[in-house]
Design a binder for this molecule. Structure first.
Ligand SMILES: Cc1ncc(C[n+]2csc(CCOP(=O)(O)OP(=O)(O)O)c2C)c(N)n1
Ligand SMILES: [Mg+2]
Length: 1013
């Protein structure tokens, strides 16, 4: 090689950086092909030459006129005296290949000492000084640190040090398995310089480059007993440090770990051309979709997936692979990113619908779309595999609240699986897939909660596949501000599941990993996490400017051609595709989008120019009595099942009398308590074919030791659930104690209830106020889903409520919050005072035609308060009553004041009424707060024709409870000319006092107000 007049040794002192190599590549090319002309040599003052290619070790070229210096390199080879030695001996002796440099110079312009110093410098650089190799590796994009020059440490054969060295090689191999992902080439932007990790460095193990050609035992790598270290490292790097970084060594089950090791270590099979073409087609469709929308609707929010298009190809192959493995249904939970693209290119049937919404209208086939924005709406689709297998895809609607849909997806999937029979068959056929953003996955506690549900008997769904669309940013927040963990996926480790970090620029690596993920899920029935690392081509949304906060990242993004272009290049180079084929595919894709858009525009034209006020999407509850009474024989049969202990079961002695009492209650010999009424309601529903599912913390025994619907053998610890013994078993009874979580469990149960409207799904809070930990599920799903998405549910919430001096928490279930959310018959809110009412309400929940969530405030102290118990006849006759009139009043015409109340305070009032012999005061109970039974209440109150003094009494502070809800509705029920007063606690920032004595005092005061003048 010659340095022409543009080439000097350069400022960095490095003679051949990548830039210069490119610049001189034409000279090199011509030199290689023997096409150098005399003119190329003219004016040359310095020549680099490589006669070593001819086998020369050293040559002394002659200077031509005008030349000052010729630097020549000889062949790279072992010194002649070692050339006949066996390779093992050579490596044992650490004899290395040698390259001879010569410098022929013109003494008139170069001093001998200068020439010597020059060669010495070259030697230094070749030995790696001053980051020589690091710079070259960086320039050429080699994703590994270079090896370092070191002095050999070569213990004699059989010496202790040699054994130690072997042991350290095994350590190094293990380190690659455990830590290899840390230096894997997974970031398409290469934002972070190539990583080093001391545990992957040779010198950490006392190894040097001289060991690279020495053989070591491998401990079973690639089915070879021993290999040169160089090959060992090459293999470990290929498996653990390529375009995929895998984390799995924290899994404690050795069989499972070995399963994964074998799969990730297997040599990659070439992908069939059809698969490669399909992957390409999906990348193309993904990119074209975004660009099309970007052109047609400039700046409109679509949450483009550009930069992570591989996600679309992956999800498409996921459906394909799932279908081929026997999955029939996939419930696909989506985040905002790429949602529209996924609907169009994975779920199907959605393009026209999406374009219609961009046109500002609602597609007539999807009238419910009016209720929410386009990137929240659910969808249904189907994937047909190449072998004709069909996979039904359901995308549930979701709110903006990131990760909130996760437990809902899981609950839906569980319901589908239960329908197919509990356990493996359901798992095998129904699969949950959830996409996540990197910031949300790390930031939202919901993720950890849902992972915690994944392996529990009552909540497992046979393993979910999580795909993180990791664009390395969350809105404007970089990972360094968004998480303390290294990866956004670290939280998944709580379940000991494999985590694959994949470079989004390598769709084939993604495909391979996906196959492992699907097989793993089907084999081990555990979750898998796929962390697809790419970037975000535009701002957070399309109207947002990303360079304000991420200037450097966006410089790289602008230079990135996109994965579609990269993959097209690869496929064209490898002869799988021609450029014209690729171009044709793109044209076809565009034409399809154009035609869908044309249809959408037609749809838009048909819509009225001025949008009408949105009609309600909430169905109305027609108030009519629902038959909920149960014949005494049925109740007695359920009672027998509830109380007949299996012969071999060792009942806890303390339960004996309780069961005996329950038996008497079910036979009508004794008034029914709350939990017996509840168990009878469950039993009667089961007999009628309605499955019952009840979950919550400590729910099977009951927070207040009241329920005991599952018994534990006092000797073996085995459980007995009497309701499961009901014969013939028409429907399943499931009761599960849940983890100590509100939001994920309530989300799960909500999802279950949506998917399984035939099941009575009840979620119980430990105390009612804890439900505010699940506020997102309440606001975004339970109360609003019907309006937003026409998604109905019969979910029941059991929320213990009541002021019993237990303090600010544990007293109030925050009745006011639920009442504030009530509109358009979206909910039923009740606060009942007798077991019979509870019994009828539970049954009404399933027997009434409308599917509506039920918020039920449940008792605590009343559970053991006999005055609240109900005679059996109240279960065998009648129905739920929204209002309970005062049954103790003999002559209503004597009543001058009517107290209106709801819940437990009734018994305090009743007690005072008896004690005070206050015959002129009647107490009317509002058992259902919403839908507000205004008519029934009016009729009830009208019976007290002399009363003009009406009063709302509540135990909650003035700013809480039902007062602010009832008061504005007074015109619906108050007789004309009547007054409506308030007796209750004063306004308070905290729901209740922590002092039991103060509590008692407050109660006395409000009661005296209720009865006073
Ligand atoms: C619970 C919640 N908090 C805040 C937001 C507002 N928000 C919407 S997207 C977003 C960033 C999400 O980042 P990431 O999860 O990485 O997804 P990306 O947008 O990068 O795909 C934020 C903060 C939200 N939607 N939900
Ligand atoms: Mg992100």
């Amino acid at each position: 090689m010659m340095l022409d007049d543009t080439g000097d040794i350069g400022d960095s002192g490095v003679p051949w950086s990548a830039g210069r190599l490119t610049k001189r590549s034409s000279v090199v090319r011509r030199a290689r092909s023997g096409k150098l002309q005399v003119s190329d040599f003219e004016g040359t003052t310095v020549s680099l030459t490589n006669p070593g290619t001819l086998g020369t070790t050293a040559s002394v070229p002659r200077l031509m006129p005008g030349q000052g210096l010729i630097v020549a390199t000889g062949a790279i080879g072992f010194p002649a005296e070692f050339s006949a030695m066996a390779p093992e001996t050579i490596s044992q002796l650490a004899v290395s290949k040698v390259l001879t440099f010569t410098s022929t110079y013109d003494h008139r312009i170069i001093q001998g000492a200068e020439s010597g110093a020059f060669l010495a410098r070259i030697e230094e650089l070749l030995l790696g000084k001053d980051g020589f190799y690091e710079e070259i590796f960086r320039d050429l994009g080699v994703p590994h640190p270079p090896y370092k020059w070191a002095v050999d440490r070569n213990p004699a054969f059989g010496r202790r040090e040699e054994i130690e060295k072997q042991a350290r090689v095994l350590e190094l191999i293990n380190a690659y398995r455990v830590r290899g992902h840390l230096i894997a080439d997974v970031d398409p932007l290469r934002m972070v310089p190539v990583q080093h990790h001391p545990e992957l460095d040779l010198d950490t193990y006392g190894l040097t480059i001289w060991d690279l050609d020495r053989d070591f035992w491998t401990g079973g790598l690639a089915r070879r007993e021993h290999m040169p270290l160089r090959e060992i490292i090459a293999l470990m790097r290929r498996v653990y440090c390529g375009k995929v970084g895998v984390e799995y060594r924290f899994i404690s089950n050795p069989v499972e770990k070995e399963w994964i090791r074998r799969r990730v270590g297997a040599p990659p099979e070439p992908l069939p051309p059809e698969v490669r073409k399909r992957i390409f087609a999906k990348l193309l469709a993904a990119e074209t979709f975004e660009r099309f929308l970007g052109t047609k609707y400039l700046g409109q929010r679509r949450y483009s997936i550009e930069g992570c298009e591989t996600a679309i190809a992956m999800l498409d192959q996921l459906m394909e692979g799932a279908g081929e493995r026997g999955v029939e249904e996939v419930t696909l939970g989506l985040t905002h990113r790429g949602r529209l693209n996924i609907l169009a290119n994975v779920v199907g049937n959605s393009t026209e619908r999406i374009f219609a919404s961009f046109e500002g209208t609602v597609h007539p086939d999807f009238p419910a779309d009016e209720g929410d924005v386009k990137y929240h709406q659910g969808a249904e689709g189907e994937h047909e595999t190449v072998n004709g297998k069909k996979v039904a895809i359901t995308v549930p609607s979701n709110p903006s609240h990131l990760e909130a849909v996760d437990p809902v997806v899981e609950g839906m999937v569980r319901a589908k699986q239960d329908r197919r029979g509990h356990g493996p068959d359901g798992w095998q056929r129904v699969l949950a897939v959830i996409t996540h953003g990197d910031a949300a996955f790390a930031g939202q506690g919901m993720v950890a909660e849902v992972f915690n549900l994944a392996q529990l008997r009552g909540f497992r769904t046979g393993g979910s596949i999580h795909l993180i669309v990791n664009n390395q940013i969350g809105f404007t927040t970089p990972p360094a501000s968004g998480r303390s963990s290294l990866y956004s996926t670290d939280v998944a480790k709580i379940n000991q599941v494999p985590i694959f970090h994949v470079n989004g620029d390598d769709p084939e690596a993604a495909y391979r990993v996906l196959q492992i993920a699907l097989d793993y899920r089907q084999e081990w029935h555990k979750d898998v996490v796929l962390d697809l690392i790419g970037f975000r081509r535009h701002g957070h949304n399309e109207g947002d400017e990303p360079t304000y906060t991420q200037p450097l990242m966006y410089k790289r993004i602008q230079e990135h051609p996109g994965v579609r272009a990269l993959y097209a290049r690869k496929l064209v180079k490898e002869g799988v595709l021609t450029e014209s084929e690729a171009a044709e595919m793109e044209e076809r894709e565009k034409a399809e989008y154009e035609s869908a858009l044309a249809n959408a525009k037609e749809v838009a034209k048909l819509q009225p120019a001025e949008p009408a006020p949105a009609p309600s999407h909430v169905s109305r509850l027609t108030p009519h009595d629902v038959e909920t009474a149960v014949p005494a024989e049925t109740l007695s049969r359920v009672g027998r099942v509830l109380t007949t202990v299996p012969p071999s079961f060792h009942l806890n002695p303390k339960m004996v009398s309780q069961l005996a009492r329950r038996a008497k209650m079910a036979d009508g010999a004794q008034p029914l308590d709350w939990s017996t009424a509840e168990a009878l309601a469950f039993g009667a529903l089961l007999i009628e074919g309605t499955p019952v599912r009840l979950t919550g913390q400590d729910t099977s025994r009951g927070t207040f030791s009241q329920r005991h619907i599952v018994f534990h053998d006092a000797v073996t610890g085995e459980t007995w659930t009497p309701l499961c013994d009901l014969q013939p078993r028409r429907a399943g009874f499931s009761v599960y104690d849940s983890p100590l979580s509100e939001v994920s469990v309530l989300g799960f149960e909500y999802g279950y209830s949506v998917e399984s409207p035939e099941t009575l799904v009840l979620w119980e809070a430990q105390y009612g106020d804890f439900a505010n930990g699940a506020q997102v599920v309440l606001d975004q799903f339970v109360t609003s889903a019907e309006d937003k998405w026409q998604q109905s549910s019969r979910l029941g919430l059991l929320l213990p409520h009541g002021y019993e001096g237990q303090g600010p928490e544990h007293s109030s279930a925050r009745i006011e919050r639920y009442l504030q959310l009530c509109a358009e018959d979206n909910l039923q809110v009740a606060n009942v005072t007798t077991p019979a009412q509870y019994f009828h309400l539970l049954r009404r929940q399933m027997r009434q035609p409308a599917s509506k969530p039920l918020v039920l405030f449940t008792p605590k102290s009343l559970l053991r308060f006999p005055a609240s118990f109900s005679p059996l006849e109240e279960l065998t006759r009648g129905a739920f009553r929204t209002v309970l009139d005062d049954a103790e009043i003999a002559d209503r015409s004597l009543v001058s004041r009517v107290l209106l109340c709801s819940g437990k305070i009734y018994y305090d009032l009743r007690n005072a009424q008896e004690q005070k012999k206050a015959n002129a005061v009647a107490i009317v109970r509002l058992e259902q707060l919403y839908p507000f039974p205004g008519d029934v209440l009016r009729e009830t109150l009208a019976r007290y024709d002399s009363a003009r003094d009406f009063m709302w009494v509540q135990e909650e502070p003035h700013n809480m409870g039902a007062w602010s809800f009832v008061r504005p509705r007074r015109s619906e029920f108050l007789p004309s000319g009547a007054t409506f007063g308030y007796a209750g606690r004063a306004p308070s920032a905290s729901p209740a006092t922590g002092n039991a004595a103060v509590h008692k005092k407050e109660l006395e005061q409000l009661i005296s107000e209720a009865f006073g003048r």
